[in-house]
Design a protein around this ligand. Structure first.
Ligand code: DLZ
Ligand code: SF4
Length: 543
């Protein structure tokens, strides 16, 4: 090529209109994509997530080639694959001798830190373009946040509604005269409701090749590629969007917080992995939802609830991530240090809610926000799992997880490890909440109505134990004032009982080295160590 630009597209930037491809000159430029071992192993990603990304990458490459664009695509098993973005880029630059490299701002801090070294290493300019798939530019978010004592998602969201015009009337007021219909979105799901499930797609030849590779290289892992049915092209992702808008959206609002043990998806859209990888633009998703509302096909609480997730929460966590990194990844204000229990990686647990949600995660590389926040997240919060370990778990097991979205959601929202920067109170809950929102408790070995003793639902005493253990940090939180007054009124005997039940329960949570679950420790730049490796290193240092 010599002279043109090398356009480097990462695995979660699979959008024909991505910034790095803009102004592409098909005569002189080469588009570059690479499958690299580092990205597949820095956390032990779910095999379906790896298969999804590799297949979508290969499909994008094929589409571009069919349009006459020169594509240099490095497969994971290509000879000489160095296993890293930087190594592969260096080899590509030697092959093509471009004048410059053009990339889009990545979704993870560790990749940005690496990217900033590329120009020097390669001896040519590396242009890092803003990722404009988002509604709110990072600079705009920083300007919005500046000078505010406390950030509030709701205020950011209102500004985004005004800016985008979604669900706004001709007078600049929110449609329905209210900004937020969340209070109407917490209905328990009635029995015998028919749910649509996500649209699934039969693997084509490209996907079948990828599935073979993933089976060989990444199984056994947490989950497998059996039943793989994700869309892997923008065209199919659009069909999945249309399917959701037609069959799921109308009831998404009412039941978005509900959980059912025999239903994996209820009325959720299962579109986040498409949006986060670049197959769907958030704007086209919101446009489709707005259109369905305008046509009278879906109620306002459904349209508003959905649009809020996309233009509000999703953009808000991204803004916080980039404003607060790299320090954010190290936050641990509650001083939590317990190892993640083995059952997160699939060993049995008698707690039915956790067993079901983890099993679904293993099968589908997906669970919905309340399953993540109030089951797996709530439990990790209550027993005090070290934030870096639970963050790595979420990053690994969910097909839609990248650091920009996973870290604030897990470290901030779930673990309250940022001291309330992202959310104003910890989302701690006992068994009552889970029982109200699901049908898990009916088939559980524990009794959700019992508060104490070996048969009692562990969430019931762990909830109070969490408040006792973190009293110093949390007692001043206004939103916890009522629960702390209740705790203060409890007899000493009752508090002792709570402590004893909790200690007994936690002593039984084994973290068995012999099983060697792929637990991970991630340092600032993303290198990962299993606990066994950590312990071996520590032993080597002391011995
Ligand atoms: C998650 C992932 C995986 C598993 N593999 C690759 C890969 O081989 N090549 C690639 O370009 N991207 C991959 N990704 C997505 C990257 O991890 C993601 O682009 C960065 O973390 C930046 O968000
Ligand atoms: Fe979960 Fe407790 Fe209900 Fe069992 S009884 S499913 S542990 S909330």
């Amino acid at each position: 090529m010599s002279g043109g630009s090398l356009r480097f597209v990462l695995g979660d930037q699979l959008d024909r209109a991505i910034a790095a491809l803009r102004g592409l000159d098909a005569k002189t430029d080469v588009v570059f994509l690479c499958e690299v071992a580092d990205e597949t192993t820095y956390v032990p990603h779910h095999p379906k997530k790896i298969a999804f990304l590799f297949s979508a990458m290969r499909h994008l490459a094929a589409e571009l080639e069919a349009d006459g664009v020169t594509v240099d695509y490095i497969r994971l098993d290509a000879r000489g694959n160095t296993g890293s973005f930087k190594g592969e880029l260096e080899r590509a630059v030697k092959r093509h001798r471009p004048e410059r490299v053009v990339v889009t701002h990545p979704g993870e801090y560790r990749v940005l830190a690496d990217m900033r070294t590329w120009s020097k290493a390669l001896g040519i300019p590396v242009e890092i373009r803003e990722d404009d798939r988002f509604f709110c530019a990072l600079e705009t978010f920083a300007a919005w946040a500046e000078g505010r004592k406390q950030l509030r998602m709701e205020l950011f969201y209102r500004d985004m509604r005004k800016q985008t015009g979604y669900l706004m009337d001709a007078f600049g007021e929110p449609v329905g005269n209210r900004w937020n219909f969340d209070a109407e979105n917490r209905k328990p799901i009635p029995r015998n409701v028919e749910t649509p499930g996500p649209r699934r797609f039969e693997p084509d030849a490209i996907t079948r090749d990828v599935l073979d590779l993933v089976r060989e290289r990444f199984e056994p892992g947490f989950g497998d590629v059996e039943g793989f049915g994700f869309a892997v092209t923008a065209a199919d992702a659009r069909k999945a969007l249309a399917h959701f808008v037609r069959h799921g959206l109308a009831r998404f609002g009412d039941y978005q917080d509900a959980m059912r043990q025999d239903e994996d998806f209820l009325f959720h859209s299962i579109l986040s992995h498409y949006m986060n990888a670049g197959l769907l633009r958030p704007r086209e998703v919101c446009d489709a939802v707005q259109k369905a509302y305008d046509k009278g096909d879906v109620p306002l609480n459904a349209a508003e609830g959905y649009i809020r997730q996309v233009i509000g929460w999703r953009e808000y966590v991204r803004g916080i991530y980039w404003m607060r990194m790299p320090d954010y990844a190290r936050e641990n204000r509650l001083g939590a240090k317990r190892d993640l229990p083995d059952f997160y990686w699939g060993t049995p647990t008698a707690m039915n809610c956790l067993a079901r949600v983890i099993d679904q995660t293993r099968r589908e590389a997906h669970s919905h926000h309340i399953q993540r926040l109030m089951i797996t997240g709530n439990f990790a919060l209550l027993i005090g799992v070290e934030p870096v370990q639970i963050c790595a778990w979420y990053l690994a097991v969910y097909a839609d997880a990248y650091d920009w979205v996973e870290l604030p959601n897990t470290l901030g929202m779930v673990m309250f490890a940022d001291g309330g920067y992202l959310g104003s109170k910890p989302y701690a809950a006992g068994g009552n909440y889970i029982n109200k929102m699901s049908d898990f408790c009916g088939s559980c070995a524990y009794d959700v109505r019992k508060k104490a003793g070996p048969q009692a639902c562990p969430f019931n005493y762990l909830y109070w134990n969490f408040l006792i253990e973190n009293r110093e940090v949390l007692r001043g939180n206004q939103r916890l004032a009522r629960v702390y007054s209740t705790l203060d009124r409890m007899s000493d005997d009752r508090k002792t009982e709570i402590r004893q039940d909790s200690l007994r329960f936690m002593a039984g949570l084994k973290t068995d080295e012999a099983y060697a679950p792929p637990q991970v420790q991630r340092d600032l730049f993303g290198s990962v160590q299993t606990p066994s490796a950590r312990k071996r290193k520590a032993a080597a240092r002391t011995g």
